[in-house]
Design a protein around this ligand. Structure first.
Ligand code: ZN
Length: 135
């Protein structure tokens, strides 16, 4: 990980960025926001989604789709995104966790029931994301 801060530094940084109250729990403790509560679940602006913690580019709005699940969903990561996957065996399930490879932030989970062309669904937490509108 390139960006490494301790917990109180992350808390201070997220507060400074005016992140959602859940952002620390989600990104640093792998919590999940409740479905249909995140600000990007039903948001369709044109632009780029970045990691709320370190600002790395993660997704383009063109790859966002309505999965009906209550979380912002993407079928493809951005070309130069640092997203990495790892196996998550928490909560009695085996899932693929998506994290930011630059700072280690938990973003959400990756499922293989997405639309073509990738067949993948990045099921993300709004609290992990920061949207930058297209200029
Ligand atoms: Zn990050």
């Amino acid at each position: 990980m390139k960006t490494q801060l301790n917990e109180s530094q992350w808390q201070a940084l997220l507060k400074e960025k005016n992140a959602e109250p859940l952002a620390f729990e989600v990104t640093r403790k792998a919590a999940t926001e409740r479905a249909f509560t995140g600000k990007y679940a039903d948001f369709w602006g044109q632009g780029t989604y970045k990691c709320i913690c370190c600002g790395s580019k993660l997704f383009e709005s063109e790859t966002k789709f309505d999965a009906g699940c209550g979380w912002p969903s993407f079928y493809l990561a951005a070309d130069d995104s640092p997203i990495i996957e790892r196996v998550d065996k928490s909560h009695g399930m085996v899932r693929t966790e998506s994290i930011c490879g630059n700072c280690g932030a938990h973003l959400g989970h990756l499922f293989d029931d997405g639309p073509e062309p990738s067949g993948q669904r990045y099921c993300m937490n709004s609290a992990s994301l920061e949207f930058e509108p297209k200029k």
